[in-house]
Write a protein that binds this ligand. Sequence first.
Ligand code: ATP
Length: 565
Amino acid sequence: MSDSEEPQQKTVIGIAFGNSNSSIAFTSLDGKAEVIANEEGDRQIPSVLSYVGDEEYHGAQAKSQLIRNPKNTIAYFRDFLGKSFADIDPTNAHSSAHPIQHETGVAFSVEEKTDAEPSTLTVSEVTTRHIKRLQESAADFLGKPIDGCVITVPTDFSEAQRKLLSEASKASGLEVLQIIHEPVASLLAYTAREETSHPVDKTVLVLDIGGTRTDAAVIASRGGMFTLLATQHDYELGGRQFDDALVDHFSKEFIKKHKTDPRENERSLAKLKLECEATKKTLSLSTSAQISIESLAGGFDFHSTVNRLRFDLLSKKLVDQIVGLVESVVNKAGMDLTDINEVILAGGTSHTPKIASRIQQLFPSNTAVQAPATNPNALNPSELSARGAAIQASLIAEFEAEDIEQSTHPAVTVTPHLPKPIGVAIHSPEGDEGKAEDKVYVFLDAETAVPARRTATFVGTQVGGDVLIRIVEAKRESVDVTPPKEVKEKTNGTDEDDDDDEEEEEERVIKRVTEVEKVIAEALLKDVKKGQKVEVMLNVAGDLTLTITARVIGGKGGIRGTVPG
Ligand code: ATP
């Protein structure tokens, strides 16, 4: 095919814009999302800009300037966008350029040029420059200009913040096609991997543990549509707190040896922080890590090692806090832990093995926890947002602007939802094997967006006769079937040298049972033959009116009824 015959396709990318890092991704022709490395080979590009002489440094190069040139290095600025100075928490910017008050909200004052007055850069301007650099990296990699992007933001980003982000991107020359929620992007990254054309209905918890904050969201995925059921945030919990746990640990060791505290000198502290972050990352892969810093403080070098067990103990409180956040978001969604079918761990800190294993212990063992430590096939948690954004970008690339606005996939919908699960209970005649019990099958889970329709087939009866089909409001309950202590002690024997894991990690076995809460409608199918299949179709209208159709497959006629919502 000659060039002129090729369809004019837009080149679009996904951008994950975090306080700590950003990443860019594109979707290849075979539909796979891939994260792009910048010129320095980084896929996690620190959201940092630094001004040195007449140069602007970006990403990892800028981050390393936090040691030598902190006051001209702008970091952790994303959450300041669209906020007034009084509303921001400047703690994270303590060791970099300090935010200042500005008529538009927040700004930074940096020496951008040698021998010139410092310039005042608003957060919007910094965002524009940052996105421009990301866009250049993507264009460089793909070898063509970028026409548009989808950017991810946390679920608590306000309308005003989204608008400013769009404008800041536009000012950099990059059109924003859509801004989507980070947890929705993470879920999209996983669902795009599933090879079925009928997405499975499930309730997913996305736990995003980044550098400066932790965000949790419960999302209902029904018929390919995503609905945010609850969100919870902790702005003082993230990878930086894990770094600080190591900073304090090594500082104590340094004080013991050299009688000087490296945390008291800004430059020493900055060095120690960067090295502790690297050590922490090593501990996600190996069971021990070394740290080596030349001239850390008072002219003394520092060399030490730490093992994963020690790190797990140092960070235990932080992991407890993460577990607490998970419990609270599930509670906020009006659910039980057993209602969650899958947990997706996103954000760089989700590489930490202990976090993944604690989350796995919290949920029943059949709940999939998608993290590198609990599932070898899990996607890289640092890449989920960018991948999801790239997938969404390729889906909507050719849409008109107003269609994107209305695009419900995967935008969060505001359609009505089923408050309770609806099930089918089948009662068939008693057979030789004893009393036939009502079996309840959940048809439509709670939180399914309506209108919805489902069809299912069942074996009507094993013995032949009349089959009673009940459409019911179902109740899901969790039953604790953990074996009693004595039984466990017997099976555990006297194995006491379990020092790999100091705390007692008891495995609870929770079973989920479905029961009838209320019968909504009944249908009697007469003279069903042994083993014959019965088809039940349920249609729930937007006003929750139910239409039920039941028939014997291969038989004549059927029953149809309507129940108002
Ligand atoms: P935020 O907006 O909360 O600051 P972000 O989305 O910008 O976060 P992420 O890249 O998701 O940032 O997370 C960055 C954090 O993840 C850093 O604290 C980093 O040290 C940590 N991190 C990255 N890789 C690993 C790893 N392999 N093991 C442990 N922590 C890691």
